[in-house]
Design a protein around this ligand. Structure first.
Ligand code: 5GP
Ligand code: ZN
Length: 138
């Protein structure tokens, strides 16, 4: 199990920084976000330190989503939410601040005032070119 002594989430795992834990097993921990976007906003992390989704192991990536599915119903029930967003910021340009892989579970309700991302208009030939480029880079 990798740990980074300078990592804030590794310190939470080690119990050096307090947190409001809602789920824990051998490999994963879920706790409330200290600056919630909505009531019940939860972070799910692998206990093994990696900087982001692309550096987590394939098993951790699968395991994280399994934990999300396991705990999201209880989170929604507890805060009276009817849905939730899952967010995985990857890279500082995406808004990632803590470089220990984590998944945000953000409970949502009708008229909770949170804004979704805005869609842009697109041209079919742009989409075709982007899709072709991505496929070539896989
Ligand atoms: P990011 O922007 O990296 O995807 O999200 C990191 C999240 O971690 C933020 O929403 C922030 O509020 C949360 N966070 C940062 N430090 C702490 C902490 O010490 N305790 C808890 N519970 N959450 C934290
Ligand atoms: Zn860490």
């Amino acid at each position: 199990m990798q740990q980074d002594p300078s990592c804030i989430f590794c310190k939470i795992i080690a119990g050096e920084i307090p947190s409001h834990k809602i789920y824990e097993d051998k490999n994963y921990l879920a706790f409330l976000d200290i600056h919630p976007i909505s009531r019940g906003h939860t972070l799910v992390i692998p206990k093994n330190h990696s900087t982001d989704l692309l550096h987590a192991t394939p098993n951790e990536r699968k395991g994280l989503l399994e934990i999300v599915a396991k705990i999201a119903p209880a989170i929604m029930k507890s805060v009276g939410a009817k849905g939730f967003n899952v967010g995985i910021n990857t890279g500082k340009e995406s808004g990632q601040d803590v470089f220990h892989t984590h998944v945000h579970i953000i409970p949502r309700s009708t008229r909770d005032g949170l804004k979704s991302w805005e869609n842009m208009p697109s041209k079919t030939h742009d989409l075709a070119e982007i899709a072709r480029n991505i496929a070539q880079n896989l």
